[in-house]
Design a protein around this ligand. Sequence first.
Ligand SMILES: C[S@@+](CC[C@H](N)C(=O)[O-])C[C@H]1O[C@@H](n2cnc3c(N)ncnc32)[C@H](O)[C@@H]1O
Length: 281
Amino acid sequence: MTTRTSVIDAGVVTEWARSKRHTGQTELSACRRLRALAASVPSGQAIVELGVYRGRATGWLLLGAQEGHGAHVTAVDPWGMRRDHYSPYSGTYSHPATYQAFKSHMDRIDAGPEVLTVKRGYARTTGAKWRGPAVGLLVHDAEHTGAAVAADLQAWVEHLADDAAVVVHGAAEPGVVAATARVLGTGYTAGWRYTGPDGWSYDEPVLIPWTRRPGRRGLVVAHRDPALLRPATPAVEDDPGGEEEAAPADEGPQQPEPADGDTGQGQAGSGREDEPEDAWS
Ligand SMILES: C[S@@+](CC[C@H](N)C(=O)[O-])C[C@H]1O[C@@H](n2cnc3c(N)ncnc32)[C@H](O)[C@@H]1O
């Protein structure tokens, strides 16, 4: 018996001609960033996407994972299970055709079960039940209210790898940046570096705006860095016969440093991201 091996079709995933691109709500610059981040996730860690819709970003994550170390992608969305009106697009999200469009896109890009697990469910309950490997990349693009983002992230934070990255999409919505700060923490001693739109690192979440429409979509990108958690003052060891020396000054990062793990390949002003949201329901 042969095991099927998916080869994600990069041409289909990255097609961005207006009439041919796969419908979705993630802008091109964000898709490219997700691709680069997914490529840096080790094979033994998981990539988890919360809020999938028709699978546009899922395709970019799968492509990045394939180009990198082959980390497995888990995509979580309630699709038709969720019927309340929490967004202008909730009717679209829960429409049966949306899940069908997701499945068709996954078939078209050749995403089989060896590379992708699909969970029809909620971010919080899936997080509470997670028994998979440590999560190296967590992407949140579910309900974009501060309360929902905080609760969803809280359910996943214990599963994050020591060197995980977290991306929160829809971060231009009110309360989302603050919710991310509440859960992950601020100040480098919280162990996180946040990428700014300039590519530098900050000690609190910074919105990376969608250049075409800065008031909508947008990202927060966070990198967990265990080195930031080291004690501020190194222990002084006994030095028999010698005099006690003052401990060296802490050289922890005081200045912003260039971000790693993403390419910063933003498409500022490319003019190609200005697509209307899906309006059918
Ligand atoms: C903005 S869309 C996602 C767009 C998608 N990332 C893309 O690339 O087009 C939001 C999605 O979140 C899903 N969603 C809503 N509540 C959720 C929850 N509690 N957990 C997970 N997903 C949820 C919706 O069903 C919808 O498909």
